[in-house]
Ligand binder design. Structure first.
Ligand SMILES: Cc1ncc(COP(=O)(O)O)c(C=O)c1O
Length: 396
């Protein structure tokens, strides 16, 4: 028995040691969100440039009131999986509204984007099938792909010729191509038109994860696919970002929905999201459709940030994008932590993002500009970044 205990102890100790040695140790801080851009931590106020609440809906009064009204009407939880008694009228209404909005036959709700992505892979992709995903795809999808029995290959980021070679080699098989619409760590758009064409040419299904595009781009915030005028066979949208809540939906055909209802273990064996959350999500959806002003404000804020950082060391290290995600690629883990700490001392909260979340050697500050930031807050961020780079000369 003692030996077994030692095996466990040394496993934990060595794993912790190795993370610490790489300056890759992760901790959490228990904070309080005061508004969509303000954090209170140990009685100090910080401007947050780390959250994904792009439109500020997490603090929207109408959404809050909808959730409260939902609790009064339906209670706190759903009590079981949707296949038992967890699926209510309001879940159905939300699915119908989402599918009408995005032009799909059906929508299926999930408790998280992580579960939705895993569910697609595990229920649909079998032994002789192939999954081809962009190299920068989210861990929820790539992890499931690696664990699945399907053949899994990544194509170079946004590179159509790399995807072409994979599809050509595996032509005539059941292939799934996967990409994000807006990439979570770089904020750039996928070349959706070309990826869709390439997939169609080889009879592969395309799945787009638009967690960071939905609500923010295209007509009525319909997302990246609307911008590029494509209709992938499978679309995943997340509710943890622009919707200001959490959860996700898969948009697909009726046949696909029926298949998933029968084969997706995360639907069958997991408790349905609370009906009150579906009520709140319906209100978020209503807000998103009519939020052209917030989308415009987000764009103005992003342009302001870029203008402020132009011709400085900051722009040299940045991968500027069209979205609210504006990474500053520092490279080295330790240097990235130093920059994050420097900003923290100036009451600015930007988390350092390190491997394996991003590729080795590309540790970064993932700055998120939202519609609710003020120009003064963005100026404060840029002046602090400038101060840091004036004191520390970094090369990309
Ligand atoms: C691109 C992308 N897909 C999926 C997820 C997972 O979504 P959720 O947070 O709803 O589990 C995230 C992140 O949170 C993401 O950034």
């Amino acid at each position: 028995m003692k030996r077994v205990k030692n095996i466990w102890e040394s496993f934990l100790t060595n794993s912790i040691k190795s993370r610490k040695k790489e300056n890759n140790w992760r901790t959490r801080n228990s904070i309080q969100m005061k508004s969509s851009t303000k954090i209170i931590f140990k009685n100090q106020e910080y401007i947050s440039f780390s959250g994904n609440d792009y439109l500020g809906l997490s603090f929207n009064e109408d959404v809050k009131n909808a959730w409260k009204a939902g609790i009064n009407q339906y209670g706190n939880g759903s009590s079981s999986s949707g296949h038992i008694v967890g699926y209510s009228e309001v879940h159905r209404t939300l699915e119908e509204k989402l599918s009408q909005w995005l032009g799909y036959q059906e929508a299926l709700l999930f408790s998280s984007g992580y579960m939705a992505n895993q569910s697609i892979v595990f229920s649909l992709m079998k032994k002789r099938d192939s999954i081809f995903a962009d190299k920068m795809s989210h861990a929820s999808f790539t992890e499931a792909s690696m664990l699945s029995q399907a053949n899994f290959k990544r194509f170079a980021h946004n590179c159509i010729s790399s995807l072409h070679l994979l599809l050509k080699k595996h032509s005539g098989k059941k292939n799934l191509v996967f990409t994000e619409g807006v990439f979570s760590m770089d904020g750039d758009f996928a070349s959706l038109k070309l990826i869709h064409e390439e997939s169609k040419n080889h009879n592969a299904y395309l799945m787009v994860d638009d967690a960071h595009g939905i609500g923010l781009f295209g007509e009525e915030g319909k997302g990246s696919c609307n911008v590029f005028q494509i209709h992938p066979e499978i679309l995943m949208i997340g509710f943890g970002k622009s919707f200001g809540i959490c959860g996700a939906a898969i948009l697909c055909s009726s046949k696909m929905k029926n298949y998933l209802l029968n084969y997706s273990r995360s639907l069958i064996y997991s408790t349905m999201m609370p009906p009150s959350q579906a009520v709140a999500l319906l209100e978020s959806l209503r807000q998103i459709k009519r939020s052209n002003n917030l989308r415009k404000k987000l764009k103005i804020n992003v342009e302001f940030f870029k203008k402020m950082t132009k011709d400085s060391q900051i722009s040299f290290l940045s991968n500027f994008s069209e979205s609210g995600i504006q990474p500053i690629i520092v490279g080295d883990n330790q240097k990235c932590l130093e920059l994050s700490k420097f900003l923290f001392q100036n009451n600015i909260w930007v988390q350092a993002i390190r491997p394996p979340t991003v590729p080795f050697g590309t540790s970064r500050l993932r700055i998120v500009i939202t519609a609710n930031h003020t120009f003064d807050e963005i100026k404060k961020l840029v002046y602090s970044l400038r101060d840091f780079f004036d004191q520390n000369e970094y090369k990309k």
